[in-house]
Design a protein around this ligand. Structure first.
Ligand code: PLP
Ligand code: COI
Length: 343
């Protein structure tokens, strides 16, 4: 039996909590050096480090869960390793090897095993791998040195509603440029969304709906998740396709679940903002967001309401949520290769 930390598992919130151990590796002299586990949450870098001057940084987000059988597992971490590899290449950073990513993941979760929330608590261990330019630059160019770290923290729901629908608003700002960096998980995308996020929060909204930056006609994603919609007849799941949104692992998974496990039709296509009123359900999906039902989208004062609005999630959203979280927690049989057992 593992020894659990003494935490209020049901009321964790989505906040930073330093755990005992984190993995640290440095890239210098043209290669990744041997990494190690560290108990030091502080980072010391040069005042002119590339991250501080030109924001050369990327990250991932995934979770570890305790299943109904008491196993500790991760959900499709090979896809996080791959996305981080692609993001690093896009940002001219030396990609962290994918097999090493999985090795380090296992080591880091095992080192902090007492922080994995118990089955049934509704919480999970959030894992944040990230890497940044640590070497000095002043001309605009990639750094010669980088640091990769993998930190973990136990978390509850990202959106305060949890399983209850939230309200979001249409942003007047863009998160990404038409041929920009929206498709990779770079910290700079989140810096770009902060102004809009604070504006939404100050008006009482949980997040923004961003429109496509070229025409402002199609639905993109929210600040921290992809979208899906359910048609009026409850038979089809529709999800936006765009080159400037993050290829969400959760979205790719629920597309499979909808099609192969729930018998729905799936349409991955451009979704016009003007069609939203035809849908009966809307949800945000992501690692932190899980599946967060959206009850209301406010468009400059006009509310678009889905199903029972903020009162209750729709039936398809409930089924998607139950199936996805059931797979993650071991109560629903997982498609081949989705569950990565750590302990
Ligand atoms: N879109 C954005 C902007 C995100 O930050 C995230 C979170 O990672 C997602 C979508 C969902 O991606 P995933 O399901 O891989 O976590
Ligand atoms: C995640 O879901 O892992 C993310 O990185 C989204 C972020 C807004 C917390």
């Amino acid at each position: 039996m593992r020894e659990l930390k003494d935490l209020d598992w049901k009321n964790l919130g989505f906040i930073y909590r330093p755990c005992d151990w984190r993995y640290v590796a440095e890239y210098k002299e043209g290669k990744w050096q041997e990494g190690h586990m560290s108990d030091d949450p502080e980072v010391r870098i040069n005042e002119c480090a590339g991250i501080l001057q030109y924001c050369q940084e990327c990250f991932e987000g995934l979770k570890a869960y305790e299943t109904v059988n008491g196993d500790i597992v991760c959900f499709r971490p090979d896809l996080n390793a791959e996305r981080m590899y692609n993001t690093a290449k896009y940002l001219c950073m030396p990609p962290f090897p994918k097999d090493k990513f999985l090795e380090v993941l296992e080591e880091t979760v095992k080192a902090n095993i007492g922080y994995v929330p118990p089955y049934g608590s509704g919480a999970s261990l959030y894992i944040r791998p990230y890497m940044f330019a640590s070497g000095p630059v002043i001309g605009v160019k990639p750094s010669d040195e980088y640091i990769f770290r993998m930190i973990v923290m136990p978390v509850g729901p990202y959106y305060k509603g949890g399983a209850k629908p939230v309200a979001i608003m249409v942003s007047d700002f863009d998160r990404a440029a038409p041929k920009g960096s929206g498709h990779v998980k770079a910290g700079l995308n989140y810096a770009m969304s902060m102004h809009a996020h604070e504006e939404a929060a100050s008006r009482g909204y949980a997040d923004n709906l961003f429109l496509d930056p070229a025409e402002r006609k199609y639905v993109e994603e929210s600040g921290g998740a992809n979208f899906y919609f359910i048609t009026e007849d409850k038979k089809t799941l529709v999800t936006p396709k765009s080159d400037s949104i993050l290829p969400s692992i959760t979205r790719r998974s629920i597309v499979y679940v909808a099609e192969h496990m729930l018998g729905l039709k799936v349409e991955e296509r451009k979704v016009e903002f003007a069609e939203l009123e035809n849908f009966s359900e809307c949800g945000m999906c992501g690692t932190a967001a899980v599946i967060s039902p959206v009850g209301v989208i406010n468009d400059h004062g006009r509310d678009i309401v889905f199903g029972k609005g903020l009162e209750e999630a729709g039936p398809v959203t409930k089924k998607l949520y139950d199936t996805l979280t059931g797979i993650q927690l071991g109560t629903v049989e997982a498609p081949e290769g989705w569950i990565y057992k750590i302990a």
